[in-house]
Design a protein around this ligand. Structure first.
Ligand code: DAK
Length: 266
């Protein structure tokens, strides 16, 4: 049950770990810069998430910044001299699109500051769990820019126009409780329980059919991209698809036999 540390040398800015063999944990690891999202860190993170995606044993992923801070956002020092064309060529913001393409469910475990690009990263995840003293916000306006890694779109879809405008135009930070109340967090727990709770949720998800979790994630994600009519059609087809799976046979059989199902992702 205990975690088994695997720290491939190739990742300088994150630590990866497998928990109970079925949960992949990626921990942002630039404490001296408050986990600011340098291009190196984003590259490492995407690499690790893609490895978790390929690993057949892993069924759910956790992204965290550890016990003190999730992330203070884009690396302000790295972007300080970056002009429009440099930014366009760098493709740094494309990492967020790539992370959104990961099919396995991702739980964000948030302690401390979760700001700017850090919040945008959290919003590419599927379930957001934060400690009660976490602070979240899009403070880009304070340095003369605006969210550029999905904040204006994902935040607005999560909390609605007027709350999003409030956060994005003033740059004010909100407490975990307020973030929960406006629909920006899935759960708020005591600070010291964030990772434990994230692991509990991830293990729970890992016990389900990986086909069903992948397809369900895809359907919910599509709810932000499709009309209601198209989304319902997509959902129905996805549901029919799962009806043909071995996992569905096993789930139904286990239910009638009053035992726990063992899903194999087939
Ligand atoms: N980037 C780089 N370093 C950072 C950083 C960041 N975002 N945030 C903090 N640090 C560094 C500090 O410089 C400091 O380093 P040293 O001076 O010790 O070398 C160290 O981390 C500790 O920070 P503080 O001393 O400030 O710590 P405090 O506890 O006092 O304050 C804080 C914590 C999170 C309230 C504060 O650090 C802060 O306000 N940080 C900035 C938060 C923020 O504004 N984040 C949003 C960033 S904007 C783009 C253009 C713009 C963007 C993206 C792309 N392109 C051109 C492509 C903008 C996106 C954003 O996310």
């Amino acid at each position: 049950m205990e975690s088994q540390i695997e720290q491939p040398k190739k990742y300088r800015n994150i630590v990866t770990e497998k928990y109970d063999n079925v949960v992949g944990v990626a921990t942002l690891n630039r404490p001296s810069a408050l986990n600011a999202l340098s291009s190196g860190l984003m590259k490492d993170l995407l690499g690790a998430l893609n490895e978790f995606e390929e690993d057949q044993d892993i069924r759910c992923v956790i992204v965290t910044g550890g016990e003190k801070i999730f992330s203070a956002g884009a690396d302000i020092k790295e972007i300080s001299n970056m002009g429009s064309i440099d930014a366009l060529k760098s493709g740094n913001l494309d990492y967020f699109d790539e992370i959104q393409k990961i099919g396995k469910p991702i739980v964000a475990a948030i302690n401390g500051y979760c700001l700017g690009g850090g919040l945008e990263l959290a919003m590419t995840c599927d379930i957001l769990i934060a400690g009660e003293s976490a602070k979240l916000g899009q403070p880009e306006i304070n340095i003369g820019v605006m969210p550029g890694a999905g904040g204006t779109q994902r935040l607005t879809r999560a909390v609605g126009k007027y709350k999003a405008m409030d956060l994005i135009l003033t740059g004010r930070l909100v407490s975990a409780q307020e973030a929960f109340e406006i629909g920006l967090l899935s759960r708020v727990v005591p600070d010291e329980s964030v990772l434990t709770e994230a692991k509990r949720v991830a293990l729970d998800i890992a016990s389900k059919s990986p086909l069903a979790t992948k397809v369900a994630k895809d359907c919910v994600t599509k709810a932000f991209e499709m009309t209601l009519r198209d989304g319902l059609e997509f959902e129905r087809k996805s549901f029919y698809l799962l009806l043909g799976s071995e996992d569905k046979q096993e789930g139904v059989k286990a239910f009638t036999e009053k035992r726990k199902a063992t899903f194999r992702g087939r």
